[in-house]
Write a protein that binds this ligand. Structure first.
Ligand code: MET
Ligand SMILES: [Zn+2]
Length: 760
């Protein structure tokens, strides 16, 4: 029989119970014992839930108090010395590594592949002593067993664990992969203990196979799994996900593991090559239910894929599985009471996906008649979505088909535009500006909530927002900034705000997914063709410009970022969705221009993080991403100045793409990366204006005048004076007014002194 399997389940609980428990614990309101109990309840609930959906193979050790990679570091004693020296309890140390404490910063946090989940990067040193110092995977396996659920423990594979880590400060030059032989005995120990506890399979995640890997890393797999396969009487499911194995597929050839899991949602094409690589006793786990999105599975296509595999392997050697862990999907659709029934029928969250797995397994085991009504309903729902008016807007499609090359082209080259903009804006050397948002105070959040709930009228709300704008504008004039902003008080979130004003988006009540630790995000769902029914931001920006003589900068979130921070459609390419967003923004930008805004900023902080996992796929992605930005912005006159903003990651790699955006001014986060960004200017000849972030807005520390001055001098060694703008790293919404005022005053003073120095 074909079994169904889940690779991992969302941890937070149906109502983010884990988040609440964690935050209460951190606030000292919930003891460690209470936290442990809450976690235990959630685990049990999740196992039983999956069982009740009919899932045959249920994971354990997919739970985490913060992050599964950190769990492994702690389990294997990969604890940097700075955390070891402290007199901390086990949990205190764990949370210190996760979030820092009063004396220590946290470990580095990085993105988990191309998802919006973040993990704590393991740090290895020459003195790392691998030891199995915990029992978490075994405990959780036994906990489930006690509830009569035989789970399949999930562990991160040794090669991925090392590769995803880095050398600790002081051990520079150490390549973590060289530690593999020291690490393996610990895995052997763990596997023996899991086998002794009664596990018959272990899911070993080696997700790095979707990356371009150095030869040394590729070569580490075979010997490692030779050893692990002999370590204990337990079968290994060698698990990959998030894409195509590409050239790493040869690693599977002859690998001594009992089974292999493949992501056949993102990369269905790899099925053929794997089928011919596995030997006669190996099992294939076919990931046909998407672990990364919220759409109902198309049973017909999923079953087709599974049947192909069955033809070759027989029913007993095939498992039907989620493509990846369901960690990246919201918990259940059940709690959504506001989405229309028509649209709700298109979705499937984690609980519903678990059910889908068991239906597909039944269909292929006992024949389609055994689940006839489920299959029929699925066909109906898939058809309904395909034909729905919401999904297809002929006007949007028609507009897309008439997009021409010249719509991506500003009227003149930068140098000509620059002259006209100078003429019109009359800015000093080293113009100062901010990135958009000003402190989002309690009052602002309260007013927004009241308005949302209907407790204040639109008029009352509008006048509240106007007062906020007045205050922010006055403040900026007083401290002497050159290009002002309205402060974004009306915006809850830089993506949600736009999604709510566009056609094609749906918002949920409770569809949260973990981003890091206790932090969850609730991405909008893109369900249909996107268009702009009316102006989105003009009212606020126009008002702001009307109360000052200084140039006001209008703020928009760019097409790539709106797409990246939403759940995209799976029925048309992301490039098409991005172009729809670009057209909607193009209209907004032209309306802003008409309303008298001379400077318009289009933020694209997600441009880098949306890059594909493999280098070979970069050019195609960057082409549609850059084109979307250009399509959105290129309609304006020469003397309208287009800004863009980037933060969150290392932009050196895509600097060429940033140049191709053809923006007049870009501001880039740089203060955290120790001016690393600037090295780019040594090799690249950047034609337009640039504002490398001058201080780190993510820290409450006030930027000192001398610090900013030093930084400006450093930057001026590389950036021509006439191209340099002076601005913070990112928006100020998370800062308070005191810090903001102090830092901005220093920034303006630094700009003034730089003007003096430069003249001299
Ligand atoms: C994450 S980038 C944020 C840009 C936005 N304009 C802000 O200032 O908040
Ligand atoms: Zn930013």
């Amino acid at each position: 029989m074909v079994k169904s399997a889940v690779l991992g389940f969302p941890r937070m609980g149906p109502n983010r119970e884990l988040k609440k428990a964690l935050e209460a614990h951190w606030a000292g309101k919930f003891s460690e014992a209470e936290l442990q109990q809450a976690a235990k309840d959630l685990r049990l609930q999740n196992w039983q839930l999956q069982k009740s959906q009919g899932v045959d193979i249920i994971p354990s050790n997919d739970f985490s108090f913060y992050d599964q990679v950190l769990d492994h570091s702690v389990l294997f004693n990969v604890i940097p010395k700075r955390y070891q020296d402290e007199k901390l309890s086990f949990m205190q140390r764990y949370f210190a590594m996760a979030r820092g404490n009063s004396t220590l910063p946290s470990q580095e946090m990085v993105k988990w592949f191309d998802s919006n989940y973040h993990f704590m990067r393991p740090e290895f040193s020459n003195s790392t002593e691998f030891k199995l110092v915990g029992t978490k995977p075994i405990d959780e396996f036994l906990e489930a067993k006690e509830a009569h659920i035989l789970t399949r423990p999930v562990v991160i594979g040794p090669v991925s664990f090392l590769y995803l880590g880095k050398a600790e400060k002081g051990s520079q030059g150490l390549d973590p992969i060289s530690l593999i032989n020291k690490l393996l005995p610990v895995y052997e120990d763990l596997f023996r203990k899991l086998a002794a506890a009664g596990a018959d399979w272990i899911q070993v995640d080696e997700a790095i196979l979707v990356y371009d890997l150095p030869e040394k890393v590729r070569a580490a797999f075979k010997p490692a799994y030779e050893r692990l396969s002999k370590a204990a009487n337990v079968k290994i499911l060698f698990t990959t996900y998030f894409g195509d194995l590409g050239n790493n597929v040869d690693i599977i050839n002859g690998l001594p593991v009992a089974g292999v899991h493949l992501d056949l949602v993102r990369a269905p094409g790899q099925l053929g090559s794997i089928l011919s690589l596995l030997n006669d006793s190996q099992i294939l786990s076919a990931g046909v239910v998407d672990g990364r999105n919220i759409w109902k599975t198309n049973f017909k296509s999923a079953i087709e894929i599974v049947e192909t595999a069955i033809k070759k392997f027989g029913k007993d050697r095939i498992i039907v599985a989620s493509s990846s862990s369901l960690l990246h999907t919201p918990h259940t659709l059940d709690s959504e009471k506001k989405i229309s029934e028509e649209i709700k029928d298109w979705f499937s969250f984690a609980v519903e996906k678990a059910k889908e797995l068991s239906i597909i397994a039944k269909a292929v085991t006992n024949g389609p008649d055994s689940v006839r009504s489920e299959l029929n309903n699925n066909t109906k729902s898939i058809e309904a979505r395909k034909c729905s008016k919401i999904t297809n807007d002929p006007a949007v499609r028609e507009r897309q088909s008439s997009v021409t090359q010249d719509m991506h082209q500003r009227k003149s080259e930068f140098s000509a535009r620059n002259k006209e903009q100078k003429q019109r804006l009359q800015l000093p050397l080293f113009p100062t500006t901010t990135i958009g948002s000003f402190p989002q105070t309690k009052e602002i959040r309260l007013a927004r909530n009241k308005f949302r709930k209907g407790e204040i009228t639109e008029q009352e709300y509008d006048s509240f927002i106007e007062k906020e704008i007045q205050a922010v504008v006055k403040f900026q004039e007083e401290i002497g900034l050159d290009v002002l902003v309205h402060g974004e008080p009306e915006r809850n979130d830089m993506v949600q705000y736009f999604g709510e004003k566009l056609n094609g988006f749906v918002f949920t009540q409770n569809a949260w997914v973990q981003s890091y630790g206790s932090r969850c995000v609730q991405p909008p769902l893109i369900v249909g063709d996107i268009s702009r029914p009316k102006e989105m931001t003009v009212k606020e920006s126009k008002y702001a410009q009307s109360i000052t003589n200084k140039p006001m900068k209008a703020m928009l979130t760019g097409p790539v970022t709106i797409l990246a921070w939403s759940f995209p459609r799976d029925d048309i390419p992301r490039s098409v969705q991005c172009q729809q967003l670009a057209l909607a923004l193009r209209d907004e930008i032209l309306d802003l221009e008409k309303a008298g805004l001379k400077v318009i900023q289009v933020d694209e902080p997600a441009l880098r993080e949306t890059c594909p996992l493999r280098k070979k796929d970069f050019p195609a992605y960057l082409e549609w991403a850059v084109n979307a930005f250009r399509l959105a912005t290129a309609g304006v006159e020469n003397d309208t100045q287009i800004h863009s903003h980037f933060c969150y990651s290392d932009f050196n790699e895509i600097f060429d793409a940033i140049r191709c955006l053809d923006a007049d001014v870009v501001s880039i986060e740089n203060s955290k990366s120790d001016l690393k960004l600037l090295s780019v200017f040594d090799s690249q000849n950047y034609p337009a204006c640039i504002g490398p972030g001058i201080w780190d807005v993510h820290s409450p520390r006030v930027a000192l005048l001398e610090e900013i001055q030093d930084r400006v001098r450093e930057i001026l060694k590389r950036v021509p004076a006439e191209s340099l703008w002076i601005n913070p790293d990112c928006g100020l919404k998370t800062r308070n007014w005191e810090e903001t005022e102090a830092s901005l005053k220093n920034m303006v003073a630094a700009a003034r002194s730089a003007r003096e120095e430069y003249k001299a």
